[in-house]
Design a protein around this ligand. Structure first.
Ligand code: AMP
Length: 564
């Protein structure tokens, strides 16, 4: 897309044809809890102190997080969009949650784009856009369309105009990803009053008002990602002790293994390689997923692929069988990886498996018997059946929202999922806030000038665990000015960085000797391109300058960083 087109297109609103909730509904003070899932989303509200999942008008309790364009370019959402995934995969956006808030030029986006049939394109400085029906949407826009559907359900159901929500995100989300979700809320006209980590939400659904005093492990294996979090639940205080996960481990990886198996069986039995285009690939993925799901309740499953190829000018069908043992062999290593993460999370908190009082299984993939067996084996007891794997997160988010409107004493103590740090002059990463440190958090960093007559000090912030700064996620850059020229090393500054409960970063600086407050300016620029994109944060107390571009994922993060 040319930059002119990009300028013309509006990435900050819902597409005009998207249906909004009815305009004449009375305003509501209810706060929805929304689980914006990789494959399915779910919305809940609290009524008479109990969380309740709000079904769609067709009675579905979860909605596919899918947006598609049909052959006439009309937008489809949820079930309607899912229906065309098999026949029109290139015009169907699914798994948007895996791209949102990521840098287009990152290794992750490169790897992810191979998973999906729709095309992704760079937007703005480095965000990801998805193209369907000849139109490109920003990822926050795609998620906004899903959020809007959730909101329409609730408004329809309650006959009230509900526009506040607590939205859940994976505990492992970086700051940029969290901000992109907030952006999605703004686009959808939803006031996201709180972002809550999915495991914390699941723990709330399980333990709120139950007077528990135990450690619980939330094991969340969904469509695309795996999260494990250890929480200490004492009455209504939910303290995250440690969290870990793998953003490249989820149900689709299990499906992928079954697809490989189907292809190898096809080759073995038919003596030829099955040629795949995007429609056939999608059909294979679908058949693999169906078989995988069936094998959670049965020990064998038939895979049927009618008209899968053409042989001697005739359509050819393919049928085969797979059993649970074969599925376990194909995917056992994936399940072992989740157990390894659980081990690391326990280690980080200094706990042993036997210290865990209950394990909550969340996410559709946890219905696989092998997952339940391995969790049972590792922790020495069966996981609790106390929460619904598809609904717990939305219910917990709704409970959180409800507690914000009542006198409830619920307290969440979260941790930072990935370290935040700065780039050293030699390119290495210096940790400022360690992963798993408790939020809120504050730290002071000492900085000195490195050359004579220096009048500004620049700091580049990143998030991640690589010792090389550029291999981590770039968060933003600060320029500190307002100190006098001196020989190098003679100007010493104290830079205070604080992260609030929702890990919004605030930076202030002063001279070490006199304590004089200094000016901290935020510049949003990718360190690789070194091209500023014209963002300014003005003097403390003054209004911020308007961004000069209409869209930039980076700018959205920058809004969250306060310099005063
Ligand atoms: P979620 O993101 O929590 O909606 O999880 C979706 C993932 O769960 C998808 O990969 C589904 O294939 C998988 N899934 C759903 N139901 C089952 C089941 N009964 N057995 C195994 N996997 C399932």
């Amino acid at each position: 897309m040319s930059s002119n087109q990009e300028q013309e297109q509006d990435f900050l609103s819902l597409p005009p044809e998207v249906e909004l909730p009815a305009a004449n509904l009375p305003k509501s003070d209810i706060i929805m809890g929304i689980d914006l899932g990789t494959t399915y989303s779910c919305v809940a509200i609290v009524q008479d102190d109990f969380p309740k999942v709000v079904p769609s008008q067709k009675g579905q309790r979860t909605m596919p997080s899918i947006v598609a364009a049909d052959d006439k370019g009309r937008l489809l959402f949820g079930e309607d969009a899912k229906k065309q995934l098999l026949i029109n995969p290139t015009n169907t956006i699914y798994g948007a949650k895996r791209f949102i808030g990521r840098n287009f030029y990152s290794k992750e986006v490169e790897a992810l784009s191979r998973y999906f049939s729709y095309s992704v394109a760079p937007l703005g400085a480095m965000s990801v856009g998805a193209t369907i029906g000849g139109r490109t949407f920003s990822l926050p826009q795609v998620s906004a369309m899903v959020l809007n559907e959730m909101r329409r359900n609730v408004c329809n159901y309650l006959k009230q105009n509900v526009n506040m929500a607590v939205v859940s995100v994976p505990a492992y989300y970086t700051e940029n990803q969290r901000e992109a979700v907030r952006e999605a809320g703004r686009i959808a006209g939803i006031d996201i009053i709180r972002i809550i980590n999915e495991p914390t939400a699941a723990a709330l659904a399980y333990g709120l008002n139950k007077e528990y005093d135990q450690k619980i492990l939330v094991y969340d294996l969904g469509g695309g990602t795996f999260d494990a979090s250890l929480l200490d639940v004492f009455e209504n205080v939910f303290k995250v002790l440690a969290t870990g996960g793998d953003t490249f481990l989820g149900g689709v990886d299990f499906d992928e293994r079954v697809v490989e198996f189907i292809l190898s069986e096809y080759e073995r039995t038919e003596g030829e390689i099955l040629q795949c285009d995007s429609v056939i690939t999608q059909r294979l993925k679908d058949a693999a997923e169906q078989a995988k799901i069936e094998l959670s309740s049965k020990t064998t499953s038939q895979i049927e692929l009618p008209y899968i190829t053409i042989q001697n000018s005739k359509f050819k069908d393919y049928k085969m069988e797979i059993n649970r043992e074969q599925l376990n062999d194909l995917t056992g290593d994936l399940v072992n990886r989740t157990v390894q993460v659980c081990m690391e999370v326990l280690d980080a908190a200094g706990c042993a498996p036997e210290d865990v009082g209950a394990m909550l299984l969340v996410g559709g993939q946890t219905r696989m018997p092998l997952v339940q067996e391995k969790v049972n084996q590792f922790f020495g007891k069966a996981p609790t059946k106390g929460v619904h794997p598809d609904e717990a997160v939305a219910c917990g988010a709704a409970l959180m929202g409800h507690s914000l409107t009542t006198e409830s004493s619920v307290r969440l103590i979260d941790v930072l999922p990935l370290s935040i740090g700065g780039r050293q002059p030699d390119g290495t990463f210096k940790t400022i806030f360690e992963a798993n440190s408790t939020l809120p958090n504050e730290t002071e960093v000492g900085v000195a000038t490195t050359h004579d007559g220096q009048t500004a000090i620049e700091m580049f912030l990143y998030q991640g665990e690589s010792p090389q700064a550029v291999e981590n996620e770039f968060l933003g850059a600060f320029i500190i000015t307002g100190f006098t020229k001196n020989p190098r090393g003679n100007t010493k500054l104290a830079v205070t960085m604080s992260l609030n409960q929702e890990s919004i970063l605030k930076v202030t600086a002063k001279t070490l000797d006199t304590g004089k407050p200094l000016h901290v300016q935020l510049v949003a620029r990718a360190p690789t391109s070194a091209n500023g994109i014209g963002l300014q944060v003005s003097e403390p107390g003054a209004k911020r300058a308007k961004p000069t571009r209409r869209f930039s994922g980076l700018r959205n993060f920058i809004r969250r960083i306060s310099t005063s």
